[in-house]
Design a protein around this ligand. Sequence first.
Ligand SMILES: Nc1ncnc2c1ncn2[C@@H]1O[C@H](COP(=O)(O)OP(=O)(O)OP(=O)(O)O)[C@@H](O)[C@H]1O
Ligand SMILES: [Mg+2]
Length: 210
Amino acid sequence: MSEDAGRDLTLRGLIHDLNNVFQTILDAADLLAQDPKWAALAGNIERTAERGHRLSQSISEATRSTFPLGVIADIAIQFARDYLYATKHHPIEFQSDVPASLRIRGNPVAWERILVNLLLNSAQAMPCGGWVKLAAAQEGSKATVRLEDNGPGIPVSILSRIFEPHFSTKPANSGIGLHIVKSLVELDGGAVAAENRPEGGAAFVIEARC
Ligand SMILES: Nc1ncnc2c1ncn2[C@@H]1O[C@H](COP(=O)(O)OP(=O)(O)OP(=O)(O)O)[C@@H](O)[C@H]1O
Ligand SMILES: [Mg+2]
């Protein structure tokens, strides 16, 4: 385990135990509130404990470690290449334009899964080959990650449904890839949307925290 990850785990453990303390104070305040004589004081204790709980949550958010997106993007692209080779898929040209300095706040393994799901979707939409471009840019504490392909695009009639679990237009697939993508992105405090490029082809835009 890296030093960063170890520190993260220790901090999360402390925050977890601190939350138990706040929960006990809240429960005790609930008991106190049953006696009308102490109702006002119980309300005061409850609000203060809730504030403590909110503050400890924000420590947990602020201390989650970051990782270099470019490194994870390269790993995801390599896996997509291996997948194409093994499945005898027509070649796809992958391009990555992610600044080396760009770090994302979140879980790198989750992000590898996010990118692999998007890359494979693009490849599967282009059985005769094509290109996929991954680009990312940072603006303050946020990053925008954009994945584009030059496939057929996403039919407008299904655009609002593609993130639903088990929605698929592929006979042999389970249709959970994009649901996984959305869940993992949101777990790290981000958001994902799909659109079609005016020139044709699909685009997925992820807003992430840095
Ligand atoms: N890049 C893309 N171009 C065109 N259509 C896409 C693209 N990405 C996703 N889609 C559409 O969205 C649907 C849902 O995608 P999703 O990844 O959730 O499921 P799937 O790829 O069909 O199955 P699974 O990912 O579980 O193997 C796809 O079936 C396809 O119709
Ligand atoms: Mg998929």
